[in-house]
Structures are given as C-alpha cells and as structure tokens.
Design a protein around this ligand. Structure first.
Ligand code: AMP
Ligand code: MG
Length: 466
C-alpha cells in the first residue's frame, strides 16, 4: 500500500516560508500608510503552482481596530423590505413611525365604577350623595345617552366615558344594591378627570413614535400593533454563504476515515450567522483545489456576504486568497491577533468575503469580532459591537503572546465585581475552550502577562451590542 500524503502533488512543505513568516511577525499595526496587498499567482498551473503570500518588508499585519474599520467601511445596510408584523421581531425599522391617530383613541375609564359629574360627588348635608343609575357601558361599546346632573352610569375599565360625565369613581368607593342597583351612594368626593384616561394621553396624532434604525423587539411590536401597522418596513436580512475548505474535512454524518476530521466550522458559523440575525446558506466544503473553490464561489456570490473557513494561511493549499485575487480583490489578510492571524477580507465580484481561519476557535473568535458586526451593519443596526467591561482575572493569563490575545473566559458578577476565569487550554484547535465562555479577555499586544487578580478589559459576548 502506498502512503499518500496529498492528493495533488508530492508533499513539499515550504519550511523557509514558515520560518520567514514566524520571524517576520510584526508586533503592531502597519499604520495608516498600509496599502492593500494584491496577491500574485506564480507558476503556470494555477492548481499546482506556488503562491507567494509570504510577508515581505512593508507587508505586515494590521491591527484589529484597523481591520474592523476597513471591513465596515465596505459594508452598507441592505435594501428595505416589508414583512408582516409578527415576523418583524429582530429586524431594524427602515422608516420613522408617525402616528395617524390618538392613542387611546377616546377618553376611557381606568377603573370599574360609576361615571358621574364631579360636582355630584360632594356630600350633601354631611351625607353621601344618592344618585340615580341610568344604565351602564362596557368596554367595546358606547353609551346611548348622556349623564345628567343627579345621575350616574355604571362603567367598566376601558369603556368610553359617556357624554356629560367628567369623572369616574371606582366601585370600591360607592355603595349600592348590587350589579343591577338603580341607585348609588358616592362615599368620597372626586375631582374632575378622576380615573379618566384622556384621548391621546399615550400617543398623539402626528407624533414620531419610533425612529428608523430601531431594533424591533416585543415592545416595539406592541406599539406597532396599537398603531395599526400590520406590515412593517424593515431592512432585509442578509443571506450569508458559509463555505468550508479542506481535503481533510468531512461532513458531520460521514464516517471518519484516516486523516479526516469533521466539519465543525460550517455548523458553528451557520448557527452564529443565524444568531446574528442573518440567513445562513451552508454550501458544504470545497476541496483544496482552485476548481473546487471556483465552483463553490459561483454559488456563494448569489449571497450578500461570503464567509469561508480555512485556506487563508500560508500553506501550499491555502487557495482562498488566490480565488479572491482571480475573481475580485483582497483588501488585507493578516491581523495582529491570536487566535486568528490569517483573516482575509476582500470581495468576489461585488460580494464582500471574510475568509476566516480553519482552526475552529480562530474561526469562532474572528467571526465574533469581524463577521457579526458586518451582519449587524447590513441589517441596519448602528450598535455593532458588544460592550466591554473591566474584569478581575482570578486565574491570570501567564502565556506571553506578542499579538493581541483574545482569551476565552467565563465572567460572573460576584461580591460587587466582575470576576473572570479563563476556560483552560487556549490553543486555537481546542474547541472546548469555547464552552462556558461568555467573554473574551483582551490581552494587549507585546507579550503582556496578566497576574492572578489583575484587572483586564473583556468583551462581554452575552451583553447586547450597544
Ligand atoms: P487551514 O487554515 O485550512 O490550514 O486550517 C487550519 C486548521 O483548521 C487545520 O487543522 C484544519 O484541518 C482545520 N480546519 C479547517 N477547516 C475546518 C472545518 N471546517 N472544521 C474543523 N476544522 C477545520
Ligand atoms: Mg485547509
């Protein structure tokens, strides 16, 4: 039996390249003068050729902040669509909502009781006034006659106040013969307007009630329903293509043959994309060939945004950048961070493409930092990033990393402080470091060590963007 290392060509790992890459690892942003790097394809055969993406003097990693700024500069909110009110949850409102009506539309009672004239509630000769009950009005109906001096009308919560009445007394402050009583005694004097909710008390006609750009939650849906918006103009949800890459990657239901691993990234990213509010389209896994990638990208460019995982590093089979160069452009592909140095951003045609690293933890973290804000911007949100908090790192971070280090941690509120615990081995292949993590500790560039008990900034992943 022959032992086959690769499918396409003899194994020839470019050791020099790897060492160069390691040595040439700059420690800070390339600064504003940085020019987008255009990849060069060398060699005659695009499948078997060597692709020289190694860093050269002047081609360096950019900072996380610069990467995010440059990515977001390329993204605009999508177009407006109209959805039925019950489906509008989570969308961003595309128009200001201006009320055409007063809410409530008519003056109504806030209590079950009696509608009367306030002057009739004053005691007479030190005794409670005795009024004739002329009828009743329930919620949903209007009175067929007016309240005149010396009379009262039974009224239920939400019923329109009958003409003539200027006040409502709750039933507990009256005395009568029961529900059909023809008389009522008023046990307490009441002012005009008592227990009456005037028309327009909540919202007046012409009022701007909700602003364009508002995220629609259950409470906004309640207000929209009150105003009669059965259909709501919103920003369309982006469709996001999710593409795995790698000859070694098999699908979740396939048996694991030697050398193969399961495709965790596509499923993780599909869920994260959906959670961010977009519609994921999982396109399977492209082989590490230009042909296979080209075929998948034909499908992917039907979407609003393409997210790939794997194939963006400096290996010989990392071909995603080549396709980007061939069919579009690369704006940058290296970020001064860990996990996730090889993150490519560019376009295929006009569709933005975020090429995430293959290691699952790197893919997960870089999606949170770059992919989720892109989706939120496309959705029309103005708050794109999770808040940060100062946290006490109880166990510390002893590993020295020259790049910005995002350490997965669990943060909880204890004794008046946010206390963080890291989630164990922080290797970019250690998927279990994601479990139980609700925050990313930010360890600054330059080999910073966080001693146990030191304070650090943390991105609070389970706090809504704001
Ligand atoms: P790459 O960037 O393509 O060299 O991939 C880096 C690492 O991530 C390799 O160990 C890959 O096997 C692994 N990897 C790539 N794609 C996936 C995937 N979809 N699911 C799980 N692991 C992956
Ligand atoms: Mg790969």
């Amino acid at each position: 039996m022959t032992f086959c290392l690769t499918r396409h060509q003899p194994f020839g790992y470019n050791l020099t390249a790897t060492i160069e890459a390691a040595l040439y690892e700059p420690r800070s942003s390339s600064g504003p003068g940085h020019r987008p790097f255009k990849a060069e394809i060398t060699g005659s055969n695009p499948v078997r050729g060597t692709y020289n993406f190694l860093e050269k003097p002047g081609i360096s990693m950019i900072s996380v902040e610069e990467a995010l700024e440059r990515i977001l500069a390329e993204i605009t909110p999508l177009i407006v669509t109209v959805v039925p009110l019950p489906e509008s949850l989570g969308y961003v409102l595309a128009e200001d909502v201006i009320s055409k009506e007063d809410i409530p539309p008519f003056a109504n009672s806030a209590m079950d009781g009696f509608a009367l004239l306030s002057q009739d509630s004053q005691p007479q000769d030190g005794k409670p006034p005795h009024l004739r009950v002329t009828g009743g009005v329930a919620a949903g109906y209007v009175a067929d006659h007016a309240v005149v001096p010396g009379t009262a009308m039974r009224i239920m919560t939400g019923a329109p106040v009958p003409p003539g009445a200027d006040t409502v007394i709750q039933v507990e402050l009256t005395h009568s013969d029961g529900p059909t009583s023809e008389w009522v005694e008023i046990m307490q004097a009441v002012d005009p307007g008592n227990n009456i909710r005037p028309a327009g008390e909540d919202i007046h006609r012409g009022q701007k009630v909700l602003l364009r750009g508002t995220e629609i939650g259950p409470w906004e849906i309640g207000v929209l329903a009150t105003l009669g918006w059965a259909n709501v103009p919103v920003i369309r949800r982006p469709r996001v293509a999710i593409l795995g890459t790698g000859d070694e990657v098999v699908d979740v239901h396939e048996p694991l043959r030697p050398g193969k691993i399961r495709n965790s990234n596509s499923y993780l990213l599909e869920a994260a994309v959906r959670q961010a509010g977009a519609e994921p389209q999982r396109l399977g896994v492209a082989l590490d060939t230009v042909e296979s990638l080209r075929e998948k990208f034909t499908e992917a460019i039907q979407c609003d945004f393409i997210i790939t995982s794997g194939g963006v590093s400096v290996g010989e089979f990392d071909l995603v950048k080549n396709i980007m160069t061939e069919q579009g452009e690369i704006h940058f592909w290296r970020i001064n961070m860990r996990p996730g140095k090889p993150v490519a951003f560019g376009h295929i045609g006009t569709v933005p493409l975020l090429g995430l690293p293959g290691n699952p933890v790197s893919a997960a973290v870089t999606f949170e930092l770059f992919g989720r804000p892109v989706i939120r911007k496309m959705l029309g949100h103005t708050h794109l990033l999770h808040p940060q908090a100062d946290v006490v790192v109880e166990d510390g971070v002893s590993e020295r990393v020259m790049r910005r280090h995002y350490v997965r941690a669990h943060v909880e509120w204890r004794d008046g402080r946010f206390i963080a615990h890291t989630t164990g081995n922080q290797g970019s292949n250690i998927m279990t470091s994601l479990l139980n993590a609700n925050a990313l500790l930010i360890v600054p560039e330059g080999g910073t060590v966080i001693q146990p008990g030191d304070t650090a900034k943390a991105i609070m992943l389970d706090w809504p963007e704001g």
